[in-house]
Ligand binder design. Structure first.
Ligand code: SGN
Ligand code: CA
Length: 528
């Protein structure tokens, strides 16, 4: 009898533990966090700018939520990644610019997921020194990484892979998911290098994308009247500050022939190094498309006005930029198909975003850094059918600061008190309608490439207040409803006196809330 009782109890216990395990598995969603580098929301067709087609990223909008006003807290690569990992502002996590060291010993959400039974991986661009901490598997590019036949550091070991970086990154992500321990939930950070400078598309896309003529933004010839010193002195103009060879793919020999000067002293070297990574066959295919473009340019150049030159460079820029986006979109399609084919569609949260926004010729600019709309705002699309209704459009002021707490929330993990972001899980499920009414922004990398001055500020539903400091002391206020392109600073306009007053108080409160201060600003100034 005792033996029978023993068996029964053992069977019951086993049954219960299997149930618990199944329950546990069921309740913990998988996470695929896709982040591209410098991917402007204007270059995702779901956002409606009509510049390109991204059918696969658009699937996320159709089947999930699309945020129209998501933003970064500091629009630069490595700082944005540090905010993602820690859920804390730059002045708290210490990674204020691309140069500052990131302290991997501090806590991050991947480490927390690991402690709660997740398997984690980081694949692609991270732009930080040191072995990533919090990941069971990492395969990362070195610094900015390379487009063709790139080097990866795979779990600490450097290796050159053959192929195109965007496709390699996608394939490694799928391969890692495919070989995971299926008994545990997983989280993979799928970080594309593209569409970062110097915009080298995959060979399968060069012919079609170089044939496109893009509409010019209204502000391509902006003269910055009505704005302050920072916008006037930034070095992000497509005509004046782009590289001829590295960016526009004008061969160094042709530059010499036409008397074109390097703007950055690595311009010609960038071209030689980037194209020098291709195999002979790849190079032949590349040249077959780009040589004729350069021959036409050579013939036209002597008669081109500076206006026409800017127009030509804008087209060259957009063709290559959009060409690199195409492979990113292919990758998203491949990943979504994989999840579907493997029964992972329902229980996997798929997020698509960028480390920041980007200028596609607005104000005559490329690059980012500013708190103005195009660089502040990032694309953000999330598919998770269990909680997020299809086709939802959300205009809430969410930030990259919120990713860590949101993902912890989905994983059922308590959010540490020192995390500064907030979970938007309930918000996006339609269960909570209260949300912050202002986002806080800081930018520090000055003096540096592109010369965007140090600033901080807040953006609310309708207004934006910015303070530029260090070598200037200038304030800007924009009415985004009346002036969506931010062409007129109304800080000193008497009709905005009370708005200015309210925004100034709000900025002070927000700085206090996040523990930022003039002392912090001073602490991060370059040493004299
Ligand atoms: C490089 C680019 C810059 C870019 C920074 C930071 N110049 O320095 O245009 O702003 O990276 O980009 S390049 O000539 O070397 O391409 S970030 O996305 O990594 O922050
Ligand atoms: Ca970036």
């Amino acid at each position: 009898r005792y033996i029978r009782f023993f068996y029964l109890t053992a069977i019951l216990a086993l049954g219960l533990s299997l149930c618990a395990k199944a329950q546990h598995k069921k309740s913990k969603p998988n996470i695929v966090y896709i982040m591209s580098d410098d991917h402007a929301y204007q270059a995702i067709s779901a956002y409606g700018h009509g510049l390109n087609h991204t059918p696969n990223i658009d699937r996320l909008a159709k089947e999930g939520v699309m945020f129209t006003r998501a933003s970064a807290t500091n629009s630069l690569c490595a700082p944005s990644r540090a905010v993602l990992l820690t859920g804390k502002h730059s002045f708290v996590n210490g990674k204020i610019d691309n140069m500052a060291k990131f302290d991997w010993s501090q806590d991050n959400f991947a480490k927390m997921l690991q402690k709660h039974g997740y398997q984690t991986a980081l694949i692609g661009k991270i732009h930080m020194d040191g072995l990533p901490d919090g990941f069971n598997h990492s395969a990362v590019l070195i610094d900015q990484g390379e487009y063709y036949n790139p080097n990866f550091v795979i779990n600490g070991h450097k290796q050159q892979l053959s192929g195109y970086v965007t496709d390699l990154t996608t394939d490694m992500v799928i391969d890692w998911i495919d070989h995971r321990d299926a008994d545990k939930p997983f989280c993979v950070l799928y970080h594309q290098k593209a569409p970062h400078r110097e915009w080298l598309p995959a060979l399968r896309h060069i012919e079609s994308y170089t044939a496109i003529t893009y509409p010019e933004p209204k502000t391509l010839f902006d003269n910055f009247e009505g704005r302050g010193t920072a916008a006037k002195t930034a070095e992000m103009n497509i005509l004046k500050h782009m590289n001829w060879a590295g960016d526009n793919k004008v061969p160094p020999a042709l530059m010499d022939e036409l008397g074109l000067k390097e703007y950055m002293n690595w311009d010609k070297a960038a071209y030689t190094n980037n194209l020098g990574r291709m195999t002979a066959q790849e190079r032949r295919e590349w040249d077959a498309v780009y040589d004729p473009i350069m021959q036409t340019f050579k013939a036209q150049y002597p008669n081109m006005s500076s206006r026409e030159l800017l127009q030509w460079r804008y087209q060259r820029y957009m063709q290559d930029y959009m060409g690199t986006v195409a492979a990113v979109d292919d990758g998203v399609g491949k990943l979504l198909d994989y999840l579907k084919a493997n029964g992972l569609e329902e229980n996997t949260i798929v997020i698509y975003t960028s480390d920041q926004g980007f200028y596609l010729g607005e104000h005559g600019w490329f690059d980012k850094r500013f708190m103005y709309e195009e660089s502040l705002r990032t694309p953000l699309l999330i598919r998770y059918p269990k909680e997020i209704p299809p086709g939802k459009i959300a205009d809430d002021l969410v930030q990259n600061l919120d990713f860590a707490p949101t993902l912890l929330d989905y994983a059922g993990i308590e959010i540490p008190k020192d995390i500064q972001g907030e979970s938007f899980r309930a918000l996006v499920a339609g269960k909570d309608t209260t949300w912050r009414d202002a986002v806080y922004y800081t930018y520090y990398e000055y003096p540096s490439i592109h010369m965007v001055k140090r600033h901080y500020g807040i953006r609310t539903d309708r207004y934006k207040l910015i303070h530029f400091y260090y070598d200037v002391d200038e304030w800007e206020l924009y009415d985004l409803e009346k002036d969506p392109n931010e062409l007129k600073n109304v800080y000193n306009d008497p009709t905005y006196a009370s708005i200015k007053q309210q925004m100034t108080v709000k900025l002070k409160d927000v700085r206090k809330k996040y523990n930022d201060s003039p002392e912090n600003d001073a602490r991060y100034l370059p040493s004299k």
